[in-house]
Design a protein around this ligand. Structure first.
Ligand SMILES: *Cc1c(COP(=O)(O)O)cnc(C)c1O
Length: 389
């Protein structure tokens, strides 16, 4: 376990020092053909043992306070490999309602084929997880805060129930980032991330990560070599560079998102603002206990009758765009992006309305972002008033 603070680990942990230069930055090991005759192990990108992969694994292990990690070529590669390495035919999984669309799709379209049973909870309440457990339940899968409704799950509470029954807990920590929350410290067994989001942070990297105990990681690494979702050395180096600024980026995003959530909540042309930092958010008290910051994601709906598509088109600074977690603010309709493949019935069950907007708050000056939102909302007021008259 690292003895440094997370701010320091973001910068220093895992860095490879090249003896030829003593440079401050890890060199990039591009070779896919490496000598093997006198090597302790065969080094190959898809064996997940390149030096640049290991540098990242070391940094992420320190940031998430685990024992070991594996870096993947996408968040879904991390999630699918983790699930397949822990589940067998006939096992049952409890999944939180309202997960990221790709994870929901993975469960609903793949598990059946492998005779893996699953149940989605009906809420984020602990009791609903407990009720869904069966004798053959092997995994509880959670995401807190969840994408897109910022649902909060009591991670320590879930891990307590699961440990009693020897059930493995997996938590998607993408929205929080390790700066705001460390699920492993709350008793969760495995943390997964889409590193495409906050860890990459500049909307130009696709990657994923798993952090856990050495035992879980060894099993997952064996599975990962079969599936092959490894990340190339150049992108590893880019991600390592991104992680150096993770703490400062996320701290600014926490501040900006709180300001914007309060602005949106006070505005007459919006309704149902979802942000765990708002005192009336259903998960606020638990979020305060388990998170050190509430993150940069804010979801909301426009007042009745206002069109979310024209709203996004009229924004000048905030970009209507897929994905999230970058230094630039972006906005999207989950119905058309992250949850486009989830059925309308499943979206309705999760409370994801068609008009929902998901705002990823960047590190711009928050007053500029508020002014951008306000200029469209003010215009919307005129149109709505005209219709009402
Ligand atoms: C984007 C996302 C994923 C999937 O990650 P990819 O890098 O797109 O494969 C998983 N979980 C959450 C919460 C996400 O937002």
């Amino acid at each position: 376990m690292s003895k440094h603070s997370i701010m320091t680990d973001c910068i220093h942990s895992g860095t490879i020092v090249d003896p030829r230069t003593n440079g401050t930055v890890s060199p990039i090991y591009l070779a896919t053909a490496n000598g093997y005759l006198d090597a302790a192990e065969n080094i190959y990108p898809r064996y997940f043992n390149l030096p640049n992969q290991q540098a990242l694994e070391e940094k992420m292990t320190a940031l998430e306070k685990g024992e070991a990690a594996i870096i993947f070529s996408s968040g879904m590669a991390a999630i699918s490999t983790t699930l397949f390495s822990t589940l067998h035919k006939g096992d049952h999984v409890v999944l939180q309602i309202g997960l990221y669309g790709g994870t929901t799709m993975f469960a609903t379209s793949v598990f059946d084929k492998f005779d893996i049973e699953y149940t989605f909870t009906t809420s984020t309440e602990i009791d609903d997880f407990a009720k869904a457990i069966r004798p053959n339940t092997k995994v509880i899968y959670v995401e807190s805060p969840s994408n897109p409704l910022l649902g909060i799950v009591d991670l320590a509470g879930i891990s307590k129930i699961a440990r009693r029954k020897k059930i493995l807990t997996i938590s998607d920590n993408t929205f929080a980032s390790p700066i705001n929350q460390n699920p492993l410290e709350l008793g969760i067994d495995v943390v997964v991330h889409s590193a495409t989001k906050y860890l990459g942070g500049h909307s130009d990297i696709c990657a994923g990560i798993l952090v856990s105990s050495q035992k879980v990681v060894d099993k997952a690494r064996a599975m990962a070599r079969n599936f092959g979702g490894s990340l190339n050395a150049t992108t590893c180096a880019l991600l390592e560079r991104s992680l150096k600024t993770l703490a400062v980026r996320v701290q600014q995003q926490n501040l900006n998102a709180q300001r914007i959530a309060e602005f949106l909540q006070s505005h007459a042309q919006t309704q149902n603002v979802y942000y765990p930092g708002l005192s009336d958010h259903t998960g606020h008290d638990i979020a305060r206990q388990q998170m050190s910051g509430f993150g940069g994601m804010v979801s909301f709906e426009l007042a009745d009758g206002l069109d979310s598509r024209s709203f996004q088109k009229d924004l000048k600074l905030i970009a209507p765009s897929l994905s999230l977690g970058g230094v630039e603010s972006t906005i999207c309709s989950p119905r058309l992006t992250s949850h486009v493949e989830v059925t309308a019935a499943d979206r309705a069950a999760a409370g994801i309305k068609d008009g929902l907007l998901r705002l990823s708050v960047g590190i711009e000056e928050p007053e500029d972002l508020i002014a951008d939102l306000d200029q469209v909302l003010s215009k919307a007021r005129v149109v709505a008033g005209w219709h009402d008259a």
